[in-house]
Design a protein around this ligand. Structure first.
Ligand code: ADP
Length: 454
């Protein structure tokens, strides 16, 4: 098998414990098996980055990283990647900002990545590029002469053509992606949006799921990313017996726990979610004092203005909900804008009666999968899930809601609290069985099998 080379904005070096997220877990096996290379950003910015990557080896896998020019990082990351592409890819044209200088910085960073990666490549390597920060990396590698296989996977959604054309460089970016041999998406809907959008905008011929461009064949496919469900279940069971979860359980005093855990991001639908909880408390006075909602919202991208504005709005709303409904010995909403260790989250998921996952749009949403995996098979909780999360395709037994309708979220909360054990078990078993069939390692293998030269 050809050597695997991963390129992503962040490099996840192995850590002890449960530090690693989905991507690192999924790729670890394939990287080890081929004594592969993982390339990305060092986490540092410097005035004049050197073009050579810093290389180290851990457990047979090579890690290589470069610094990004200080002047380029903000326009690349907070600017084009997260001020332009992120809102657009999540269907939020109203939040999209645009600036040609930021796009130029984005291109420079992708070019610098290619420049540093190229000397590390062998002709028969399989290169797998990840996500919206690196849309033009494949093309930059081709421009420098790399002729081996290149795959690209988009972790976030891809919007319909009429939204994509609002981006002035939309066509240029589509062409850049076509430098790859295989383009992977989370769901069939995302794949279709890209495929039909690109074919129409660039006037391409198609054959099945293949695009024909300048005499080359570019394959597309849906590859929903998974989690190590059994591993997460074990972690959750262990954590639930530990000190932190015990303290948490005691603090609940027999109240049902509703849990949400997200990055503090406008795509996660937190405002509507808080309002949904507010509707529950207003509409079902008998449930007051019988529930506690814990929302862990890890601060994210604080350098982007929209994220700071969202935080202020959530702070206010949380204050209002608690001010209105709380009692001297009961706080309905516990709201933390902090990271919590994954093990702790796993334990909390396990003792929660409801997992509340209501993004307005999400590529996949791993929290939904982790919540399901963490449940106690004898007494599983209920997942309330947005119909606009990629995960909804694989988890139709969740209570699916339209996240724009806070009243519907409130109703789903009431339905979940009333759901009998037998129904909870039946729904959970169906979901858990599917998660076991689609782990992160299987996801990586499916993508790489398609990418491998015939
Ligand atoms: P995204 O990639 O957009 O942040 P996902 O739900 O796909 O959303 O993945 C989020 C990951 O981060 C999950 O593995 C989840 O366990 C973890 N996570 C989410 N919220 C927190 C938090 N507050 N503290 C620590 N980890 C979190």
């Amino acid at each position: 098998m050809a050597r695997l080379v991963i390129a992503s904005y962040r490099v996840a070096k192995p850590k002890r414990g449960m530090g690693a997220g989905g991507l690192a877990v999924g790729l670890a096996e394939a990287l080890k098996a081929t004594r592969g290379l993982w390339f990305g950003w060092s986490g540092h910015t410097v005035a004049q980055p050197v073009p050579e990557a810093e290389v180290s080896e851990i457990g047979g896998v090579t890690y290589a990283s470069i610094d990004i020019a200080s002047a380029d990082h903000a326009p690349f990351y907070a600017g084009f990647a997260n001020g332009t592409l992120w809102p657009l890819l999540h269907y939020r044209l109203g939040l999209m900002e645009f600036d040609r200088a930021a796009f130029a910085a984005y291109r420079r960073v992708n070019a610098a990545f290619a420049e540093a990666l190229l000397p590390l490549l062998r002709p028969d390597d399989m290169v797998w590029v990840h996500d919206y920060q690196l849309l033009t990396l494949g093309e930059e590698l081709r421009r420098r002469g790399f002729a081996g296989r290149i795959g690209f996977f988009l972790h976030v959604p891809f919007p319909p053509r009429d939204l994509w054309v609002a981006l002035p460089q939309g066509g240029v970016l589509l062409e850049a992606l076509l430098a790859c041999d295989l383009l992977g998406f989370q769901t069939e809907a995302d794949r279709g949006n890209f495929f039909f959008g690109a074919a129409r905008l660039l006037g391409l011929e198609t054959e099945g799921e293949t695009l024909l461009f300048k005499g080359r064949r570019i394959e597309t496919g849906a590859f929903p990313i998974g989690i190590d469900a059994n591993g997460f279940a074990r972690t959750a069971a262990r954590a639930a017996a530990g000190k932190t979860t015990t303290q948490m359980r005691e603090s609940l005093a027999d109240r049902a726990l509703i849990i949400g855990a997200d990055r503090l991001d406008y795509s996660k639908g937190l405002i509507n979610r808080f309002r949904g909880f507010d509707h529950l408390l207003r509409g079902q006075p008998s449930l007051r004092r019988r529930v506690t909602y814990l929302q862990v919202a890890a601060r994210s991208r604080v350098e982007v203005a929209q994220y700071r504005a969202l935080r202020r709005e959530l702070d206010q709303l949380a204050g209002r909900i608690n001010g209105e409904h709380a009692d001297f010995d009961w706080m309905p909403l516990r709201y933390m804008t902090r990271d919590v260790p994954r093990t702790t989250l796993a334990g909390f998921f396990r003792i929660a009666r409801i997992g509340l996952v209501t993004p307005l749009r999400d590529g996949m949403n791993l929290v939904a999968k982790e919540f399901v995996a963490a449940q106690d098979p004898a007494d599983p909780g209920v997942l309330i899930l947005s119909q606009f999360a990629g995960a909804a395709q694989e988890l139709p037994e969740a209570l699916l809601v339209n996240p724009y309708d806070s009243e519907e979220i409130g109703e789903a909360l009431a339905a979940a609290l009333a759901m009998p054990l037998e129904e909870r078990k039946a729904r959970w078993e169906a979901m858990m069985a599917r998660l076991r069939e689609g782990t992160a390692a299987i996801w990586a293998r499916r993508f790489l099998d398609r990418l491998a030269p015939a």
